[in-house]
Design a protein around this ligand. Structure first.
Ligand code: ADP
Ligand code: MG
Length: 351
């Protein structure tokens, strides 16, 4: 019999196996493996830890990624995991491998992106590691703190709570499709494309390419949600709505019902999905890397959530509810029928 490999068990299976064989416990570990960030007690403080890898050829391609934006994104995706706990990011380390022929200008532009993000989120770079490698590999590890509020985990959702998302979904996935089709965006946002675009289309393409190349973590929203104790559970959508609502449900031992017609789609997504002959809602359900916050809250909090949405001048969209029955996820179409539900990104899943 052939020996089994990672693809037989998928990404979750891999993490679970490592966890079973290697997880260690200390009474100061409040939350270990399984959430957006780990939570560790240090004296009176609760520290948050998270790390995220970006690998050339898997997470990005050098030909379509301006180095400044690569630096910004490497920091942003880590900040997003701290935001998902409702915390404040403080310090980070940067580990970096690259082929020796990589130009110094690439390195400088990458480092200036790191620096711009660090300044934006008030973060300090405090160390890292460097190596030669066949491809560019970036690993940032971030330390944050829960300030004035307990961290929000993935595990606190209860039946009857509503499900909210902090903005349009799927833009990043379509942005990636456009990059693969030859669209390009400069670090300043200038768009070039293989075919000519109207001014309006150029603006729409910029929305999608920015979503993929320059994601904006929802730090303020995450913090305010935690401070006001609004969410039952929360995470950031990195692997796609389908997979991440699954992660939330599994952690909370509940199910979910989502309404297909409530899933927020940008005008840009609708326009380009049509051009690409793809189903816009499917892209929003299965596409990853939007870095929106997905959270649950009891219906009594609806007014407070609407207030927060006005205060921050941003949309917070209700798209379903938490139900009993662990890990069952339904998605309802306009006629109230259950629609099929699939997708999301699995690093080791069978392609
Ligand atoms: P996110 O999408 O929020 O970055 P992941 O899906 O990457 O989270 O990881 C899920 C959980 O599994 C996290 O708590 C993460 O710290 C943990 N994890 C992932 N890979 C490993 C690993 N190789 N060893 C230990 N824990 C891991
Ligand atoms: Mg996360």
């Amino acid at each position: 019999m052939e020996e089994k490999s990672l693809s037989d068990i998928g990404e979750l299976g891999v993490i679970d196996r490592i966890r079973k064989l290697a997880e260690t416990f200390s009474p100061n570990v409040v939350i270990g493996i399984g959430d957006d960030a780990a939570v560790v007690k240090m004296g009176k403080d609760l520290l948050l830890f998270s790390t995220d890898l970006l690998i050339e050829g898997i997470h990005f391609r050098r030909d379509y990624t301006p180095p400044e934006l690569l630096g910004k994104k490497a920091v942003a995706v880590n900040v997003s995991d701290i935001a998902a706990m409702g915390g404040v990011p403080l310090y980070f380390t940067l580990s970096f491998a690259a082929p020796e022929e990589l130009s110094l200008s690439f390195l400088d532009r990458f480092a200036s992106g790191i620096s711009a993000s660090a300044e934006m989120y008030n973060l300090s770079l405090i160390g890292g590691d460097t190596s030669a490698g066949e491809k560019i590999v970036i690993d940032i590890a971030i330390i944050g703190k829960a300030e004035g509020a307990a961290p929000i985990t993935r595990a606190g959702a209860s039946p009857g709570e509503l499900i909210f998302v902090s903005g349009n979904l799927g833009d990043s996935a379509v942005g990636l499709t456009l990059l693969e089709a030859g669209f390009r965006m400069s670090e300043k946002g200038g768009i070039t494309s293989p075919t000519s675009l109207s001014k309006e289309e150029e603006g729409l393409a910029q929305t999608l390419l920015s979503a993929h190349l320059n994601p904006q973590p929802e730090l303020t929203l995450g913090r305010l949600l935690a401070e006001r104790r609004i969410p039952g559970a929360m995470l950031d959508i990195s692997d796609g709505l389908a997979r991440d609502i699954g992660n939330l449900c599994r952690a909370s031992k509940v199910g979910a019902r989502l309404y297909k017609n409530k899933i927020p789609l940008s005008e840009a997504l609708i326009h380009f999905a049509k051009k690409l002959d793809r189903d816009a809602t499917d892209l929003a359900i299965s596409g990853g890397e939007d870095y929106r916050l997905l959270f649950t809250a009891p219906p009594e909090k609806l007014k407070e959530i609407e207030g927060l949405s006005r205060e921050l001048k941003r949309d917070i969209i209700e798209l379903g509810e938490i139900v009993e029955s662990s890990s069952e996820i339904y998605i309802m179409d306009e006629d109230g029928r259950e629609a099929s539900f699939s997708g999301g990104y699995d690093h080791f899943g069978k392609k």
